[in-house]
Design a protein around this ligand. Structure first.
Ligand code: DMJ
Length: 670
């Protein structure tokens, strides 16, 4: 039976009930099209006007919804298909080299790109959205004074390319490190929670940081900026483009004639945010820095200061000018490796392409030949030319296999003909050996902790230090690193050795034993005392520790020939690492004391700072009239970083400092 729904009592809703009988209608079931059309039309006519309007409205509404959802699905589908085709793109290969992690490193510029093409800090073109970097164009600092407040966006164009998606993968590599069968548990306790080790995903200056609020600089950092500006004023006025400032005689000295101070200071200016100074220096590099010179340079010194300085400035600024210059000097240094043993000569004539050992010997210094690796390896990665890396890796392999070590401790000299250690039996962590140990660890870190031989040599050497060189002084029981010569211990310690606490702390931060951190803490206390126990509050070049308590004598003794101070960085460098990894403010306070004493005894009123001859005479410290390039390259840079509470200001999980304080990127594991 079919009946139309009776007229509703209430006219604000409709109900349509259809039953098979009703649907069949009086005339019985007829499924013809005409019948169906007529029947529907009849039913439609039977509906009230309101019912018809509501039905029509519903249809219209459904139709609109349908159109909208169709359009959205189309967009989503489009983006999905695009994304998957991007993800499938193969990663370009670097022939002969393990691919570096573009998440950590900027995409290398083509070696021949923009050679000599000076663009005055003009933004480069970027294929991807721009990320603002730290440094002059993007200061993460807020100086209180107007002139120190630098813009944040204008030079954003120097940012690097996006990393390859494959390198964004979470790496959970940090677990245990096996060393000679021993399992070394990573030391969790030595890491600050905010900088737990994980594989870096991007250069510290890229994404993520951009979203972060800039960390304001504090008063102590401002004091470092002021000190830098004062030093720079002297250099600019009296030594511009020369190697070192002589602040008292208002002149300069030349070593290689390559603007050493200016190059060493480039990345410091970037980090301190000194845009104007940086721009001026960059102009000099672009127009006046020419390596085609008939001049002998020391391979090690020019590698760590010039090559290292150019590479780090390239990484921080993204400016290909610095890479081109780095490539140029790198190539010109290569003749040093043309020796019978492949242990490089100490000196190279960068204009003539010839190399030679010092006049009086065919030996090279062990620290020198083993502390050029970070720079040449990085140059290979950037230029995709293996020869640099091959040459320096060969040196490390050779030294690794060499006999004549004493529990991992190396002699100070190596012969370029025979490839053997010479002057056996003398072991120090000071001059001529120091950075061998530093670079064992740092190369291992640079290479993504894959090169086990480096780690082995490092761990064994630290055991050697503990066994042969570690002692405690009287009366304060300071732990110090002495020297060992032909079976005899000497309580002599160079200020240079003060790099060691920082290196030990860095190793502990990277998962090595917690004992290294304990030793680092003990040693940095000693290095601080090398300043604190001296009349000017500045350390001499060398100290001798008292092994036996004697009334009225301090721990630290200074010989007349050793009481000079060259504005060296090592203690401040270690204070920086210790503060980064422990957060203990006393390290900042110690650094602050040291800065004040530099200001008190080494600052020259007309501009610049000077080395002094006598740290024991506050009334006349006997200025030497020389500002070493590392004062700007290292000492002030580490001061600035030490006073910063921003772990991303040169993040130590992304960068490794060369021995001249030039940060180079850490590669991701293959
Ligand atoms: C710097 O050139 C380097 O730090 C080097 O490793 C040691 N000497 C000076 C600083 O003291």
């Amino acid at each position: 039976m079919y009946s139309a729904v009776p007229a509703p009592q209430r006219r604000d809703f409709i109900s349509v009930t259809l039953s098979p009988g009703e649907a069949a209608g009086a005339g019985g079931y007829n499924n013809s099209k005409a019948w169906r059309r007529r029947s529907c039309w009849r039913k439609w006519k039977q509906l009230s006007r309101l019912q018809r309007s509501v039905i029509l409205f519903l249809f219209a509404f459904l139709a609109v919804c349908g159109v909208i959802s169709y359009t959205n699905m189309g967009e989503q589908w489009k983006s999905l298909t695009n994304k998957s085709s991007e993800d499938l793109k193969p990663e370009p290969e670097i022939p002969g080299l393990k691919p570096a992690n573009p998440a950590v490193l900027p995409a290398p510029q083509k070696a021949d790109a923009n050679l000599g093409d000076y663009k005055e800090l003009s933004p480069q073109k970027h294929p991807k959205p721009v990320h603002v970097r730290r440094g002059p164009p993007n200061l993460q600092i807020r100086p209180p004074r107007r002139e120190a407040r630098l813009q944040t966006q204008d030079d954003a164009g120097r940012a690097k390319e996006e990393p390859h998606p494959a390198d964004k993968e979470e790496k959970t590599e940090k677990s245990v490190i096996s060393w000679r069968g021993a399992v070394i548990e990573p030391d969790q306790s030595t890491e600050p929670p905010s900088s737990k080790i994980k594989e870096p995903e991007k250069p510290s200056s890229l994404e993520g940081e951009d979203q972060k609020e800039p960390v304001p600089i504090n008063e102590r950092q401002m004091a470092v900026i002021e000190a830098f500006r004062h030093a720079w004023k002297g250099y600019k006025e009296f030594a511009w483009g020369h190697d070192e400032l002589k602040p008292l005689s208002k002149s300069y000295s030349e070593w290689f004639g390559l603007g050493l101070t200016l190059i060493d200071a480039l990345d410091t200016m970037w980090i301190l945010g000194l845009k104007e100074e940086f721009e001026e220096a960059r102009k000099w590099v672009a127009t006046d820095l020419l390596f085609d010179k008939n001049v002998d340079v020391n391979l090690f010194e020019s590698t760590i200061r010039i090559l290292g300085g150019l590479l780090s400035t390239y990484h921080l600024s993204g400016d290909s000018l610095f890479l081109e210059k780095a490539k140029d000097i790198g190539n010109r240094l290569m003749p040093a490796f043309n020796t019978p043993s492949k242990i490089p000569y100490s000196d190279v004539n960068i204009g003539r392409g010839t190399a030679h050992p010092p006049r009086w010997t065919s030996d090279s210094t062990v620290a020198e030949v083993t502390s050029i690796q970070l720079e040449f390896r990085e140059l290979s990665r950037l230029t995709r030319d293996e020869k640099f890396k091959k040459a320096v890796d060969e040196v490390m392999k050779h030294v690794h296999a060499l006999s004549g070590k004493n529990d991992g401790l190396v002699p100070m000299f190596i012969n370029t003909n025979s490839g053997q250690f010479t002057h056996l039996g003398v072991y120090t962590l000071g001059a001529r050996a120091d950075s061998y140990y530093e670079y064992l660890l740092k190369q291992w870190i640079q290479g993504g902790k894959q090169e086990n031989e480096l780690l082995e040599d490092y761990m064994r050497a630290i055991e050697g230090v503990k066994k042969h060189l570690l002692q405690r002084s009287q009366p304060k029981k300071l732990t110090f690193v002495g020297e060992f010569a032909h079976g005899h211990f000497s309580a002599k310690m160079d200020h240079l050795v003060c790099f060691l606490p920082g290196t030990l702390a860095l190793g502990a931060h990277n998962g090595l034993t917690a004992h290294h951190m304990e030793l680092a803490k003990a040693l940095i206390e000693t290095c601080y005392q090398m300043y604190a126990q001296v009349e000017t509050g500045l350390s001499p070049e060398i100290v001798h520790f008292n092994l036996h308590a004697q009334k009225g004598r301090k721990d630290v003794e200074i010989k007349p020939a050793d009481r000079h101070n060259l504005l060296r960085p090592e203690t401040v460098e270690s204070l920086f690492y210790l503060y980064r990894f422990t957060g203990d403010k006393k390290y900042q306070d110690w650094g602050w004391e040291i800065l004040q004493n530099f200001n008190k005894y080494t600052r020259v009123s007309t501009g610049g700072y000077t080395s002094i001859n006598n740290v024991q005479n506050p009334s006349n410290p006997e200025p030497r009239d020389k500002m070493e390039s590392f004062f700007l390259g290292e000492t002030l840079k580490y001061m600035f970083l030490l006073f910063s509470d921003d772990v991303d200001l040169i993040n130590l999980d992304k960068y490794v400092f060369n021995t001249e304080a030039h940060p180079l990127p850490i590669w991701a594991p293959a």
